[in-house]
Design a protein around this ligand. Sequence first.
Ligand code: GLU
Length: 434
Amino acid sequence: MTTITANLKKSAKKMPLKGMMDNVMEQFNSAADHINLHPNIRKILSITNNEVLVNFPVKMDNGDVEIFTGYRVQHNNALGPYKGGLRYHPTVDLDAARALAMWMTWKTSLAGLPYGGGKGGIKIDPSKYSESELERITRRFTFALADNIGPEHDIPAPDVNTNSQTMAWIADTYMSTRPPAQRTANQHVVTGKPDGSGGLEGRDRATGFGVYLTIKFWAEKNKVSLDDKTFIVQGFGNVGYWAAHFLEKDGAKLVAVQDAHGSIKNAKGINVEDLFNYTKVNNGSIVDFPNSKLVDKKDFFTLDCDILIPAALGNQITKENAPKIKAKLIAEGANGPTNVDGEAILLERGIAIIPDILCNSGGVIGSYFEWLQNRNGEIWHLEEVMEKLSKKLKGSFDKVFDYSERQAIDMRTAAFCIAIERIEKAYVQRGIFP
Ligand code: GLU
């Protein structure tokens, strides 16, 4: 072990693990230092514009009333309406929503979209509720948030444990509670809707496809082939599954998967479609998939592989596991999966990271296409969507890769610099009201 890694490990050991907010702020500040961001703009971007917290009652199937807490944080809208997902998870709180909203601001800016950043959700374990309870919870949450979201103001989308059905309930509730003349004109209040309800063909796979594409672009730049490369995925939801699907199609081999229920491995390869079908008849769980072996949760990230795709929650790669990771490339399907201490160790060890705000930006780019489709009364088809998505992602990838090479900085700092410079330009041109 080199001295730098040893020192990093030593100093990191004494401190508690950093939270998502510490991470996003450190990432922002190091990019802001690099571009010498004007202190006034640094002040503005260091805080969130609005933070909405709602407590609301919902009647459960057994007749009892339960109170839920939901959040929507709107970080910045210098480039356009706030945009970002709603997640249903026990870890959702104000701090998490703040950090995730900030990442959305950088993500939409980097992708060149006319959006700002927002994020929110409900602090809840959705597996404990029935479908009809989740519908009532979603509708009541939408009702509570209704004055703070809108198709030209703040546009939620799916995130962890929410999906196209959740978005359909939100759209329907929002439209039903608007004045009659505005009802149908408002379906783009959310994106990620089902394709029979104003959704975009291909939005379901947009994030995972984008993760795959950025890996492919990285491999091309580094003159390596994906054929026979091994990969492991944390999270087998919408992002993890689709990323694995496209990687397998391109010749790469899935050798281990972790989901909320457990971790499995098979060095000979795990067939992605078979595993997907298995989860459908196994209560959504990957555990006990035929021919696979169980892996201890804490050993998962250190398994042998070429590519590691964290596609679940934040703060997964830390100073604890980063020294033992064997992958040569980390593709961040999740938001904030690598914390800053973990990242320092990985970079020092020469492990490349495709940062979340680039790697998983296919989702919000797909959302932008859906929003345009709804706004213009158009219906786009899958081929057209995938082609436009590929083009847009290639543009972002090349920008980040070239910037990082030119300035000799890592890809995350490069991505942040590009994103912040675009927002800075808007502030410089418009000034600060009044
Ligand atoms: N939740 C996704 C993300 O974190 C998608 C957001 C969106 O489409 O607005 O990027």
